[in-house]
Design a protein around this ligand. Sequence first.
Ligand code: MSP
Length: 517
Amino acid sequence: MERFYLTTAIDYVNGAPHIGHAYEKIITDIIHRHYKQRCDNTFFLTGTDEHGIKIQKTAKENGTTPKEMCDKNSSYFKEAWQLLDIDYDRFIRTTDEDHKKIVQGIFEKLLKQGDIYKHSYKGLYCSGCECFLNAKDLDENGNCPIHGKKPDEISEENYFFKLSKYKDAIIKHIKENPDFIKPAFRANEVINQLQDIEDISVSRSITNVNWGIPVLSDPEQIIYVWIDALSNYITALGYNVDGNHGELFKKFWPVDVHVIGKDILKFHSIYWIAILMALNVELPKSIYAHGWIMINKDKMSKSIGNVISPKSVMDAFELKEADALRYFMAITAQNGRDGNYSDEEFKEKVNADLANNFGNLLNRTLNMSVKYFDGTILNEHINESELSNKVQETIKKVKSAFDEYDVASAGNSIIELADCANKYINDNAPWTLAKEGDMEKCGKVLYTILDTMAALSILIKPFCPNIAQKVAEQLKINTDLKLDEIKTGLLKEGKLISKEEIKPVFLRLDSEFADKK
Ligand code: MSP
């Protein structure tokens, strides 16, 4: 694998980041860190989506300007991603000058070649979705089913994009490329949506929406948010309508995966694909639609008052590092399905997996190796047990889970390996072997565990980079190894550790957190 490019959705900045936004950024960061273990050239793009009626309205309600509000709120997203160790390469804002200029160029190109045309239009606009809805999409009360609000009736002259022209080509592409939409169960949903697809409005009159990118040849019209937002995936790399692309575009496009939520799959697998087809740009290799994070099984919403920010979770549990939250988020939802967050589940899961299963195993083993061997690794202790086969099996499983962007399965396979290592230590009871004087066997058992822990620390690094670092420091190994470099015998012969150097790599979350709501 030579290079890997991945993106997240860009978040609206009319509020602060919540753990749903965080979930997406965490799983994408984990995928990115995993692929860094498989190839040298990667690019991870995230950012904020700052234009549109929603921002314009919220800014007005708050007595501020859209730009001031965007600057402030966008910085909250950046701060949150820093707190969560999200290691992106570019944070794009749709208010960035380079982005705006390229979007205007894209619009003009599509207009010139006839893919965009002007048309008088009457429609139902949901500002929550930032899109027009059909009457049949509404619920029985005439509300948007996602936002529970009546859409606005809008009548204006807009530019339209000839989406219907691309319908058959998109259906063909989806059918011929089973890896295009992941998980695969979502593909049918998209094919169904494509059946009655119509041309879409791609601009708004400046009299109704002024916070956006003006159409270059017709400044009375503002480019509609989805064209603006979706284009970020290529503007960030220096795409150029004249074909004079920047180095990043040449190197990284087509994207390997767009990671997005299930609610915006239609925009990515239909609108975006049609735009790229019209621009004659290569299509993404895949689009991964994740499920939603619920709170105590309820949908997160301002009206229910159950919106949780990642910082509030970190503060409540007095966490200085994000590993626990990253790990929990990664495994709380099965591939593409909804997941749940509750304080109780969070605490129980990370205590069981990270503190008991993973951390304690290392701690116990290092302590025994100091007690019985003065913390020294001997050559004859080299690991030849079936556990080393399990390590190789796990690497294969983890890779194939990540091939599907199934972060939860990958995380579970890693913890299963820690389970096997725990079973191995209990079955072989090195403490009994030492008591019986079988030091050769005792040494082999301890070495086997530590060697497995070395492999585990590399495997878990994308999920828990800080824990991995602490394990690596105690085992004196290099966690920058590629996955293919994990083999038996990672530990060096000789003095490994003294009693004073042994430190827990993860502390249990023990305080009681009564329901805060
Ligand atoms: N701005 C658009 C995306 C444009 S991408 C070119 C948007 N923004 S959003 O802020 O509403 O959502 C950003 C991402 O967060 C989306 O992928 C969305 O699915 C995801 N999530 C929002 N709430 C979520 C949960 N409760 N759980 C998981 N992800 C959720 O849509």
